[in-house]
Structure formats: structure tokens, C-alpha cells
Write a protein that binds this ligand. Sequence first.
Ligand code: GLU
Length: 378
Amino acid sequence: YTFIMCGIFGFVSKDKVKAVPIVLEGLKRLEYRGYDSSGLAVLTDSRIYSKKKSGRIMELEKVVSDDVMASIAIGHTRWATHGKPTNKNAHPHGDCTGKIYLVHNGIIENFKELKSKLEKRGHIFKSDTDTEVAAHLIEDFSKNYSFEEAVRLALKSIVGAYAFAIVNANNPTTMIVARNSSPLLVGFSESDKFVASDASAILPHTRKVVYLHDGEFAVLTPSDFRIATLDRKAVSRGQELIEWSQDEVGKNKFPHFMLKEIYEEPSAVENAIRGRLIVKDGIAKLGGLESVEGKIKRLNRMIISACGTAYLAGLTGEYMLEEYGGIPVEVEYASEFRYKKQKFDARTALLSISQSGETADTLGALKEAKRKGVLNLG
Ligand code: GLU
């Protein structure tokens, strides 16, 4: 799997609000990430209102009613990895009781094994997705444990990449979110908390955010926010302030993001080299490399790892680095590279390229190289 770029959006409010338009608006801000279906679940007085549709968010808009009042809701844009992009495979996915609903970004690698175990225990599945096992797992653990503990135990049995947002009609004031290898952040306004795959979705509401790290989950209620690791260690993390503007993340006046980015090339290059050129010496100084300058001088091999267009950029970089750096450079497709048995030594560096910074395989390859003690550049 190369790209997992779908989107999650949700909120927990102190007040009852018209939830549907807020979620739709948030999902639209995540559209640029690419998707094939969308859906939402809104928690109304211990019941769940959920709709999902394949196709554009417009299709979802046609079937939802705008006036559902609620203080907790989750939404999703899906990029199918397991199961066709159909209505039934769109998220949210629910458990057998229709009380637990969740949205998921990523891949549950051991879902087949979990699914057959759960089916033996009587759970009925409605979709072909990997995601649905998570809802049934939580349901199963909920028979003996609290919502929070059931989620924690479910997450502990899941192998794979995920960002989750989970609601439970039996706990109508709580949302639980979790992250492992897929991005997720929580934003804080005066009265509301927002969750999203990236900050662009919450900028209209707030600039104060907390990023979740891998292996953490968070419990959100109208009055409370708490992060813990899957081993139940409490995590305290301060809020960060997002500095960039909405214009920078929106399409601005362009009909689509690709065109916008093409027009941004001159300013993107300018921003990238600003303050880093030493014109009189004809060289560039990249501050981040200073601490590893000695290592870089001793390099005798460099591997560029990337996917898609970034891979193509890598192929161009290979020639430039060989010409000016005088060392052999190989370019590897990250999805292959991460599973390849490779020997590295202290004189090898890995250069990862990713536009989003989220490409799962590129991150996977980077983690693997890090584990092996290779010098990582990006
Ligand atoms: N693996 C899940 C699915 O196929 C989630 C995909 C996504 O990240 O959108 O439904």
C-alpha cells in the first residue's frame, strides 16, 4: 500500500449544535487528499444517526438531513484499500448492536484472523473492509470492560496502521481517538474540540492543536481531554499554535490543487532556498545538515527512497547527486525497499522524499533504516 491519504474529521462540543453541516465542511477541507466515498455518524441522545455514500461528498450531502442536533460527531473520506468503493464499505462502520461507530484511516493487517475469530463468536459483518473488525472487537471487549478499556484492548490486538475516531451510544459524551502511523490531531476552540487528519480541516475553528503520536489514544469529552499510551501511561503534551493561513491550505482561486501547486513552483523554490544560499561562495547551506556534516563527508553510498511522483523526483536527484556529490546513488521504490533485506554501513545514507510527509511506505522504509542505524535525510 502506497498512499493512505483519506481523511477523518470529528468534533466534541459543549453545546448541542447542527452537527451535519460542520462535519461536511470539515470533510470538504480534506477532499484534496483524495477519496472515493464519504460518511458520517452523529450521536444524538444515546442513538446514532449515520449515513454513508460512495462517490463525492455531494452524494452524501443529498442523503443527510441538516438539522440533526448533537454535540459529538465523526466523519470520513475513504480511500479504499480492502473492499470495493461501495456504499456498504464506506465508513463509519458499526458493531452488531448499532451502538459503536468508528471511522478509520489506514490498514488493519491482521484483519482476516481477527474477523474469523469474531465470526466464530457470533459477530455478523456487513462490509468487506478491514476496518469493520475494529468495531466488533470493541463491542466484544465492551461486554467485560468500560468503553475506554475495550478500545485500548482492541487497539492492542490490532496490527497495522491506523487513525481512529470512535463513538459509542452507551457513552454519549465521549469520543475516543487513536493513532498509529496515520496522522491525527486534536484542535481546541473555546467550547469545542475537533479531531482531524490534518490541520487544514480545523483551521476555520481554531489554531490551537495537539498532535497525537504513534501508539497513543485520547479520550475527549465536552469538559475533558486526556492522552495515554496503549500501556496506560498518561501523556501530557502542550498545545501548539498553527501559524499558516487558510489561503495556503485551500485551493485559493484555482479550480484544483494540482494547478495551484504548479503555479506555486516559483514561490515554493524561493521559500525552500531562502536564507540558505551563500551567493558569494556559490554554495547552499542547509542548517539541518550541520550536525551530521562529518558523516555526510564520509558517505560512499546514498539510497533515495520514495513513491509516485516523489520517486520520479528521486530519479532526477540521482543524476544530480552523482554528478556533484561524486558518490553512487540508488533510487528505490519505498514500498519494495521497506521489505528488502539490505546491508547498510555507517557510510550509507537514506534520503526519503515525500510531498505529504505521510506516505506510509516511505515512512515504513525510513523507520526500518532508522532501526538499522542508517543516517536518515529527508
Ligand atoms: N482500510 C480501510 C478501508 O479500506 C480504510 C482506508 C482508508 O484509509 O480510507 O476501508
